[in-house]
Ligand binder design. Structure first.
Ligand code: HAM
Length: 423
């Protein structure tokens, strides 16, 4: 008798693997350019790692986890996603005791007991990025930039980026009450499961795929319209920054995503070419309270993950072919004041097209920053101080030749490129 692989799993070989390896290679190069370091965490964790973070009332925790007891009767779970394990690892190994934010990326198989169909598997593959230790809206913009560059570097053109803000614990609390009141008035239109969610975790009603429930909440109050002033300001800045980066997005007031850990910015990349239930290629958001919940310090964080299965499927469906690429120089961009953020973004965008480039998300003194860049073997350091900002100039220091050059940012881009390329 021939044995089959379990339902919802697949053997990967030939053309399918060529696509996946291409996606992995491209994304590793991109993560390197944005200065994210790799991390590998276990494929299974203590069940609590997921139940505590993802949320008891979520579909994942209630219905989709592969949980088992080992021979010593410890409850373990195959990871349904990567964020919780990364946060657990960061806290356990005190990875936060270094220059913040700490920026990590990972790739691996995840497991969810879902109803298998095209683009929805029980074992599936994700690659993701997490940045821990900065509340700066620039960090949100970098994540959104990363996910959107990832898809465009793979050859996608017409994907849609949805964005929303979930607010912080404070504004979400008062919003949840309003939403709950609304649901109470419309509970006869909800499915039995959502009627239960109404009392346990009302926001999870947004995750229900049933048409009747979606219909029932169409006119409900929306969280992004009930943000406190600090969350509103944060959300406005994120949208401004991604606009400067030339990234188009649509605000989706119903986007809450299926995890309890999110706060403030959430986003998703969807394709209209895929079946609507599986149209999300990737998504993420802020989770400012999670590190603390895991027993670590109070560190804000943000991340995203994309699904390899769906991405590869859509590439093949759209006829996008894997293609071939050069050795890159590295540059560390130092901004001396948060006021220069918009100018900084413009420069970052330029440098990251050309070389491996990172910036200081948290402002510190210049000599510390220079030492840090030297220790990390950057080829160049570019500085934006008051003088550069006011006169629209940029100073670039060649760390090997110990030479500094000053450029007129608007008119000398070609000369800057020649310097970076060593011409
Ligand atoms: P997620 O939206 O659950 O987020 O998953 C990210 C991507 O994984 C989805 O957009 C989809 O492409 C893929 N995916 C999810 N479930 C399946 C499945 N059953 N079969 C095939 N592909 C699937 C997260 O997992 C969060 N941890 C993202 C994140 C990182 N948020 C902050 N940091």
């Amino acid at each position: 008798m021939v044995l089959n692989s379990p339902r919802g799993t697949a053997d990967l070989y030939g053309k399918e693997l060529t696509y996946r390896n291409f996606i992995l290679e491209k994304s590793k190069k991109l993560f390197n350019r944005f200065c994210y370091d790799p991390i590998v965490t276990p494929a299974f964790e203590h069940t609590e790692v997921f139940s505590r973070s993802i949320g008891q009332a979520t579909d994942i925790v209630q219905k989709e986890m592969y949980t088992f007891y080992d021979k010593k009767q410890r409850s373990l779970t195959l990871r349904p996603e990567g964020t919780a394990g990364v946060v657990r690892a960061v806290v356990e190994n005190k990875l936060y005791a270094q220059n913040l934010p700490i920026k990590l990326f990972y790739a691996g198989n995840m497991f969810r007991y879902e109803r298998p169909q095209k683009g929805r598997m029980r074992e599936f593959f994700q690659l993701g990025a997490e940045a821990i230790g900065s509340a700066n809206p620039l960090m949100d913009a970098e994540m959104i930039w990363l996910i959107s560059d990832l898809f465009s570097s793979l050859g996608f053109k017409d994907l849609v980026l949805l964005i929303n803000s979930m607010g912080c614990t404070l504004c979400r609390k008062s919003y949840t009450q309003k939403f709950q009141e609304f649901l109470h008035h419309h509970q006869e239109k909800l499915c039995p499961e959502c009627r239960h969610r109404l009392d346990t975790n009302p926001l999870r009603v947004f995750d229900c795929k049933r048409q009747s429930c979606r219909h029932a909440i169409e006119d409900s109050p929306k969280i992004s319209q009930h943000l406190c002033s600090s969350c509103r300001d944060h959300f406005e800045k994120v949208r401004r920054y991604i606009k400067i980066l030339g990234i188009n997005c649509q605000i989706d007031h119903s986007l809450v995503r299926g995890f309890d850990y999110y706060s403030r910015t959430v986003f998703e990349v969807v394709s209209t070419a895929l079946d609507s239930a599986q149209n999300a290629l990737g998504g993420g958001g802020r989770y400012d309270d999670l590190v603390k919940q895991f027993g670590g310090p109070d560190l804000p964080a943000i991340g995203f993950a994309i699904g390899l299965d769906r991405t590869s499927l859509l590439m093949q469906q759209l006829g996008i072919k894997p293609s071939a690429s050069r050795e890159l120089k590295s540059l560390y961009l130092i901004s001396m004041d948060q006021q220069y953020s918009e100018y900084l973004l413009e420069l970052l965008q330029f440098f990251r097209k050309e070389c491996i480039c990172d910036t200081n998300f948290n402002i510190k003194n210049i000599s510390k920053e220079l030492k840090w860049a030297q220790k990390h073997h950057y080829d160049f350091v570019a500085i934006i101080g008051e003088e550069e900002f006011k006169n629209c100039r940029v100073s670039i220091k060649d760390m090997q030749k110990f030479k500094q050059h000053a450029f007129d940012w608007k008119n000398e881009k070609d000369t800057i490129l020649a310097l970076l390329r060593g011409n």
